[in-house]
Design a protein. Structure first.
Lengths: 113, 112
C-alpha cells in the first residue's frame, strides 16, 4: 500500500463546475501538505501549501486538511478550461525528511468549455 | 528571476550506458532535490543536496548518484541504464531545507 493514495481519474467536468480532488495518507508524521499542478510536458508548480489541519483559501482554490482522518482535499470553484492539468498532492513530515516530498499518483482533470 | 533550468530536455540512451543530467537552481536557492516521474510509480524522491552534501536519499539503487557544486548547481548520474529507468527526471530547488520547492521542466530520458 502506498503512503499517499490519490484517485488518478481521469476526471472530466463542465466549465464553471466545482471540482473536488482528494488524497488519503497513512503516515501520521506528515505535517506539511501541498497541491501541485502539472501541465503536459511541464514540471509541477505549487498551488497551495498548508501546515497541519485546517483550511486555506487562495482565489478560486481552497485546500483542506483533516489530520484526524488523514485526508486532504483541494476544491476548485468556477473551474476554467485553463485548469485542465494533472493535480498532485504532496506531503512531508518536515523533520529529517524535510525535503523529501511524498506524492500521490496525480489526478488528471479536464474542464470542458 | 529565472526558474529552475534542466539540461538536456530530452535524452535517448541504450541499455548499459550511463547518463548525466544537469540542474541549475533558482538564483539564491541552496537546496536541490531530484525526483523520478513514471506513469506507474508517479513522482518519487531520489535525493537532496544542500551545501554540496547529500542530506537525504530515497529508495533507489546505487546506480543513481548525484552531486552539488559550490554554486548550488547539481548533477545526477545514472550508470548501467536499464529499460525501467525511462522516466521524466525532475529537479526542484528551494531557498533552504524545508522551504517551498520549485520544480524545473524536467529531463525526459528514454532507454532503448
Amino acid at each position: 500500500q502506498k503512503e499517499v493514495e490519490q484517485d488518478p481519474g481521469p476526471l472530466s467536468v463542465p466549465e464553471g463546475a466545482i471540482v473536488s480532488l482528494n488524497c488519503t495518507y497513512s503516515n501520521s508524521a506528515f505535517q506539511y501538505f501541498m497541491w501541485y499542478r502539472q501541465y503536459s510536458r511541464k514540471g509541477p508548480e505549487l498551488l497551495m501549501y498548508t501546515y497541519s489541519s485546517g483550511n486555506k483559501e487562495d482565489g478560486r482554490f481552497t485546500a483542506q486538511v483533516d489530520k484526524s482522518s488523514k485526508y486532504i482535499s483541494l476544491f476548485i470553484r468556477d473551474s476554467q478550461p485553463s485548469d485542465s492539468a494533472t493535480y498532485l498532492c504532496a506531503m512531508t513530515d518536515g523533520i529529517q525528511g524535510a525535503q523529501k516530498l511524498v506524492f500521490g499518483q496525480g489526478t488528471r482533470l479536464t474542464i470542458n468549455p | 528571476k529565472a526558474g529552475v533550468t534542466q539540461t538536456p530536455r530530452y535524452l535517448i540512451k541504450t541499455r548499459g550506458q550511463q547518463v548525466t543530467l544537469s540542474c541549475s537552481p533558482i538564483s539564491g536557492h541552496r537546496s536541490v532535490s531530484w525526483y523520478q516521474q513514471t506513469p506507474g510509480q508517479g513522482l518519487q524522491f531520489l535525493f537532496e543536496y544542500f551545501s554540496e552534501t547529500q542530506r537525504n536519499k530515497g529508495n533507489f539503487p546505487g546506480r543513481f548518484s548525484g552531486r552539488q557544486f559550490s554554486n548550488s548547481r547539481s548533477e545526477m548520474n545514472v550508470s548501467t541504464l536499464e529499460l525501467g529507468d525511462s522516466a521524466l527526471y525532475l529537479c526542484a530547488s528551494s531557498l533552504a531545507r524545508g522551504a517551498t520547492q520549485y520544480f524545473g521542466p524536467g529531463t525526459r530520458l528514454t532507454v532503448l
